[in-house]
Design a protein around this ligand. Structure first.
Ligand code: UDP
Length: 468
């Protein structure tokens, strides 16, 4: 979801603001209900074509314990012939191929066919910096990254603490690490990298990419900060909104862990108690607990039965005691609509990048609860650099966030005596800066226009590959 949604939003922008003709190729092994729904809703009105490539079967290629990153990398590799033939059978010659972060192995198709080639990284500039640096770290750093005693230095931007590295860097013998290093090498072969951020969010890191003595040494591809591109409101209403309409302004905390996040039974118990003890109103998107990593949940999110009864895994009496304060939503909620509702005043999030942007774009401060992928870096960025979030501390002895800590962080985010909550004030400033960036003449609007111009200019150049 974190990749599909921003690709669809970028496509809409390219059509509506720059008059492009866009075709989106969707690669998958199977499509969840939630994914089909997102695709369908992006089709009204129909602005671009979506071509669903034949589902890829990787069951014989990866073992059952392979991580999400490995599975996606293998799916994308297996799909290359289908992508190539789908491009070749289009009834006009496209000018540019934009691939997602996981699609960099398809960039040679663009070279072969004489197309411009871009990578859309649906995350932030600090993550991109680590990704293009990892092939160099791979040569220089000995031992596991998580065992380093010093932070990993990145020229021109914040160092990465060993415990914050992205999931693929947790184990250097795992296939997902090799896939990640490969992606880090392939990104700089592109004609440009699109980022779902805006210039004013990470000016120093973006400046480091433009400086050949800093990050520009590692990737010369121009970086285009074109965001925040978040899903538009659908206008659909459910009972959830009848309840939200009745709550005071900014009084409800929304709790959700993205499209794949799940918690252990023990952690869910602490979270339930913490929410109850805070005495604040909440909406909680609940999924049955798991004892394993989020990977397990990822490919089934959106397909799980919404009939799972939360009373079987939440503390006894929780539902009755909180019935006037809280609302549980099984499996999936209309997140963008919830975050934009005036009654919502906080977001306890796994800080996937889309969730982060949706929160900031609505001026909602966050409690950051990273689970997987690059989310530990996102959490550090949000709390320590942007100052729009608090991060609860994990009890080292138990490896869970305790109920008192949850109660305390909820209060920190939600209580705003006389408008003195600095975190709330900062996220509102960022919201306005994002709006400005996207408006005509703003930094993101201009960055996408520059990209569009580059594509236009290339359209007029003969490539010698006509008629492939
Ligand atoms: N989402 C949603 N309802 C849910 C959970 C997730 O609409 O109950 C959407 C959310 O708004 C976001 C995307 O799914 O746009 C999740 O992307 P993100 O990058 O935050 O995290 P990921 O799920 O990829 O880890």
């Amino acid at each position: 979801m974190g990749h599909l949604i921003p690709v669809l939003e970028l496509s809409k922008r390219l059509v509506t603001h720059h008059d492009f003709t866009v075709t989106v190729f969707v690669v998958s092994c199977h499509m969840s209900l939630a994914e089909s729904h997102v695709i369908q809703s992006s089709m009204s009105p129909k602005l671009f074509d979506i071509v669903q490539l034949p589902p890829v079967d990787i069951s014989h290629l990866v073992d059952a314990n392979a991580t999400v990153v490995t599975q996606i990398a293998v799916i994308m590799r297996e799909a290359i012939p289908a992508i190539r033939s789908a491009i070749c059978s289009m009834n006009f010659r496209p000018t540019a191929l934009i691939v997602d972060l996981f699609g960099t192995e398809s960039l040679p198709i663009a070279e072969e066919l004489g197309l411009l080639k871009y990578v859309y990284v649906p995350s932030n500039a600090w993550f991109l910096a680590l990704t293009v640096l990892v092939p160099f770290l791979d040569r220089e750093v000995e031992g596991e990254y998580v065992d380093q005693t010093e932070p990993l230095r990145i020229p021109g931007c914040r160092a990465v603490r060993p415990e914050d590295v992205v999931d693929p860097m947790l184990d250097r013998t795992n296939q997902q690490y090799f896939e990640y290093v490969r992606i880090g090498k392939e990104i700089p072969t592109s004609d440009g990298v699109l980022l779902n951020i805006w210039e004013e969010l990470q000016p120093l890191t973006l400046a480091a990419f433009r400086d050949e003595t800093l990050l520009g040494r590692f990737s010369k591809s121009p970086v285009y900060p074109i965001g925040p591109l978040t899903r538009q409101l659908s206008g659909s209403r459910s009972e959830l909104f009848d309840w939200l309409d009745k709550q005071p302004r900014e009084s409800v905390i929304f709790v959700s862990f993205g499209s794949g996040g799940t918690l252990s039974y023990e952690q869910m118990t602490e979270l339930a108690w913490g929410l109850e003890m805070s005495q604040h109103r909440f909406i909680w998107v609940v999924r049955p607990p798991t004892r394993t990593a989020a990977d397990d949940a990822f490919f089934t999110a959106g397909t799980a039965s919404s009939g799972d009864d939360p009373s079987t895994y939440l503390p006894a009496g929780f539902l009755t005691r909180t019935k006037n304060k809280g609302l549980l939503v099984p499996i999936w909620a209309p997140q963008v609509e919830v975050l934009s509702h005036p009654s919502v005043g906080g977001f306890l999030s796994h800080c996937g990048w889309n969730s982060t942007l949706e929160s900031v774009a609505n001026g909602v401060p966050m409690i950051v609860w990273p689970l997987y992928s690059e989310q530990r870096m996102n959490a550090t960025l949000l709390e320590e650099e942007l100052g729009v979030a608090v991060r609860p501390k994990v009890l080292p002895s138990k490896k869970v966030v305790g109920r008192e800590e949850i109660e305390e962080t909820v209060r920190q985010i939600m209580e705003d005596k006389e408008g003195k909550n600095e975190i709330r004030a900062r996220v509102k400033e960022l919201k306005y800066s994002a709006e400005k960036a996207l408006s005509k003449g703003g930094s993101s609007y201009t960055a996408l226009s520059r990209l569009a111009q580059q594509i236009e200019i290339s359209k007029q150049r003969p490539t010698g590959t006509e008629g492939y």
